[in-house]
Design a protein around this ligand. Structure first.
Ligand code: SF4
Length: 458
């Protein structure tokens, strides 16, 4: 119990930056059982654990730390997989410093427990030993249709299958996984890890329909009529533009289109891939999606890769570890600059960007410093490609409004305890919250499934 005094926090080993930028393999090594056992033994087993409260899934973190500290892989695996539909995925993609690890009691002076790395290693070790997530052995004669196959939908399907429900999932792309498959680059999560989770669901009885767009290849009414409930987990699909001159010129891309295109190229799913090799790339924005675009551009062989951010280094909204990884991989950061417009040649091709310097002013109602443009501070940067990573807006397929599913002013689906305005139709994840974390979508999918099960069986 006092081992945190003698044993320090040990981060996961990373592949060297020169080596790792040559491929798309994950950059962190998975900790061994003896490493996680030793690190877990640092946990002080707080009575009211802040880490558990701060985790959106309210994972039973101290319980699985205690089990793995005693090398009890079975118990740790089962506890971890109970509240979390995919612990090996959240361990890889959660910004732990803002969530569980940020609120670990030991973060104040001793170094937080490496919760994310331990979470990954418990499930990987369990799977290696032949353990599997548990599902119902007996089926219930109830059917739920799940639209979309991203984190919220995978989570909802997991908990519905655990309750013995028949689950039908519809995905418009060729592969399931949504953002986990097409949006988050492979160097953060290998695609076979996502596929492995989906395969567990298929093995448990999930009826998966890829290449089936609801509203186009199959009507919403058809799937709704055949089901006791429908869950919508379609994410928030569209990236925002900057609203500046020439933002649609040849050589400009929206972040999600860029990431999706590169991933589809790796899957051999596209014939028209974006080529950034030997080009000068600028990415507008400073969040995790911007880091993904920057680090992808490095791996695609860009000549130079710059991140242009409106505020200062300390205001960057993304995960610190992703920022550090981008820096190590050779990305150049230019802070306190606002995009004025995109410069194009006579063929409407990008040749640069005009920028203005900024300073941070007083805080606004959201407690973020306002951005002020410095007069006569204009300057330009040469660029062949401009990628906009400025957040996401809701994607609103027509079947929503056609079926009386109400949206709020941002285009997100309105819900009350995951119930939409249409009876029997539920929603969760980014399509109700706007763009948010994978773990938030996982929580929504799980809680919406619990709500559906209750409503259907009552
Ligand atoms: Fe931490 Fe995310 Fe795992 Fe929760 S799901 S314990 S926040 S890494």
């Amino acid at each position: 119990m006092q081992n945190f005094i003698n044993i320090e926090r040990v981060e996961s080993k990373k592949r060297g930056n020169f080596e790792r930028v040559k491929d798309y393999k994950e950059i962190y090594e998975i900790k061994t059982l003896s490493e996680i056992s030793e690190q877990s033994d640092r946990c002080v087993q707080c009575g009211d654990p802040y880490c558990h409260n701060k985790c959106p899934l309210h994972n039973y973190i101290p319980f699985w730390l205690k089990a793995i500290a005693k090398n009890d892989v079975d118990l740790a695996f089962n506890i971890s997989n109970e509240s979390n539909p995919f612990p090996e995925i959240t361990g890889r993609v959660c910004p732990q410093e803002r969530l569980c690890e940020g609120d670990c009691t030991l973060s104040d002076g001793y170094g937080a427990i490496t919760i994310g790395a331990i979470e990954i290693a418990i499930t990987e070790e369990g799977l290696k030993r032949g353990l599997k997530p548990k599902f119902a052995q007996k089926k219930v004669d109830k059917r739920v249709a799940v639209i979309g196959s991203g984190p919220a939908s995978i989570s909802a399907a997991t908990y519905l299958l655990r309750a013995g429900f028949n689950v039908y999932m519809y995905e418009k792309e060729m592969r399931a996984g949504g953002l986990l498959t097409y949006g988050i680059p492979e160097f953060k999560i290998q695609k076979e890890i996502v596929k492995r989770r989906i395969d567990f669901l298929v093995e448990a009885g999930l009826s998966l329909h890829v290449n089936k767009e609801v509203g186009k290849d199959i009507s919403f009414e058809e799937i709704a009529n055949e089901s006791d409930a429908v869950f919508i987990g379609i994410g928030s699909g569209e990236s925002n533009l900057a609203n500046v001159l020439n933002e649609n010129a040849e050589g400009t891309y929206l972040a999600i289109d860029f990431l999706k295109n590169i991933q589809k190229k790796h899957f051999n799913e596209t014939r028209k891939s974006i080529d950034v090799k030997d080009k000068n790339i600028v990415v507008i924005g400073g969040g995790d999606t911007a880091m993904d675009c920057l680090r992808t551009s490095v791996r695609e062989g860009a000549k130079s890769v710059k991140c242009l951010y409106r505020r200062d280094k300390y205001s960057m909204p993304g995960s610190k570890k992703e920022f550090k990884n981008a820096l190590e991989e050779g990305v150049e950061f230019v802070y306190n600059v606002a995009l004025k417009d995109v410069i194009v040649n006579n063929d409407n091709r990008v040749i640069g960007v005009n920028l203005q310097k900024t300073v941070l002013g007083e805080k606004d109602e959201n407690k973020r410093a306002k951005i002020e443009i410095i007069k006569q501070s204009d300057f330009k940067i040469d660029a062949d490609v401009v990628i906009f990573a400025l957040g996401f807006s809701a994607s609103t397929p027509s079947f929503l409004l056609e079926n009386g599913i109400e949206l709020n002013k941002h285009g997100n689906i309105m819900v009350n305890e995951y119930r939409t305005s249409k009876n029997g139709v539920y929603a969760g994840g980014d399509c109700i919250n706007g763009s948010d974390l994978v773990v938030t979508a996982a929580k929504d999918g799980r809680n919406a499934a619990i709500q559906m099960i209750k409503d259907i069986l009552e």
